[in-house]
Design a binder for this molecule. Structure first.
Ligand code: TA6
Length: 306
């Protein structure tokens, strides 16, 4: 028996398996099913018992070490997107800029299972990663992610500055939501909210009204409301998000053309997913003094439409 299998055998709601190269933690309790990779501590699926998926994962997924899986909740940090789109306070910590992967390195590396707590209602599972200074990020820090899996899904990410000098980070919970079809979706949450349009020279604009997905979308909303939602008339449900520690939100759908160029993404899959990312990016970067901790989180639940 491997160490992981031994570790798993002590729990009733948690088991583990290997898919190609990667280890997967499977959670099944009274209210929900979920799966989490040790790589990137990435949650890759979540649904309420017997219900449609809330979190989306590509059907073209393969599980190879060092290659992030498309879908679920990739943990993004300590920088967001291409390094050069981040403020200089962030790139300053990267020595080997030419090797800096898009969206940081937290989703590519292996995390450590720290703790599992089980009750009738939920399973609470925590992973950690401790970074020691290297060429990709020349400061120490520690991160923890805790998933609370039950009738709701709670995700809590923390960054602790374990260095002797201050650090600044950008980060995101890059959540891929499952939807019935883009044509059935309305996002009412960003009416009158200022955003950076990354598809139009990063101009700042103000969103007006409900948002529908009828073209490529890649926007960074600034100071969005903490309560956000996706209304899905096809599956007659509304997904609710309540964010913590975040003053930015990314809304992303690649639409037809970009979908074809994405790795681990079938051409037509843009119709089935929508990312709403709970983030600290752009001017919402966070600076931490030695010993300081920043918490970023989101609670996700689904309700039937009346
Ligand atoms: O968060 C939106 C975004 O930054 C898009 O610009 C898009 O490229 C996407 O993330 C996916 O990035 P990835 O590196 O996972 O292919």
């Amino acid at each position: 028996m491997t160490d992981t299998k031994k570790q798993c055998s002590q729990y009733t709601s948690v088991s583990c398996e290997t898919r190609d190269d990667l280890e997967v933690w499977i959670i099944k309790n009274k209210y929900a099913d979920a799966a989490i990779l040790t790589q990137g501590a990435q949650l890759i699926s979540y649904n309420n018992k017997g219900e449609k998926p809330i979190i989306w994962q590509s059907r073209d997924t393969f599980y190879k070490s060092g290659i992030p899986v498309r879908g679920g909740i990739p943990i993004i940090g300590p920088w967001f997107n291409a390094l050069e789109t981040n403020p200089p306070e962030i790139s300053h910590f990267v020595t080997q800029e030419q090797n800096a992967p898009s969206h940081g390195f937290l989703r590519d590396i292996s995390w450590t299972l720290e703790d599992v707590k089980e009750s009738d209602e939920k399973t609470v599972i925590t992973f950690s990663y401790t970074h020691t200074r290297n060429l990709l990020w020349n400061r120490h820090f520690r991160t923890n992610i805790t998933y609370t899996i039950g009738a709701e899904l709670d995700v809590a990410l923390s960054f602790e500055n374990t260095d002797e000098s201050e650090i600044s980070i950008t980060s995101a919970l890059h959540t891929y939501f499952a939807i019935s079809d883009v044509s059935n979706i309305v996002v009412p949450s960003f009416d009158t909210i200022k955003y950076i349009d990354t598809l139009d020279e990063r101009k700042e604009k103000i969103w007006d009204g409900e948002l529908v997905i009828d073209q490529e979308r890649d926007y960074i909303f600034l100071n969005p409301p903490t309560k956000q939602s996706i209304v899905d008339k096809g599956w007659e449900r509304e997904i609710h998000l309540e964010t913590r520690g975040s003053k930015s939100a990314v809304l992303w759908n690649p639409w037809k053309e970009k979908a074809k160029a994405l790795s681990m993404f079938a051409d037509e899959e843009y119709k089935e997913m929508l990312c709403i990312e709970t983030a600290n990016i752009s001017k919402d970067l966070r600076t931490l003094l030695p010993g300081e901790v920043h918490d970023l989180g989101v609670c996700i639940k689904s309700k039937n439409l009346p």
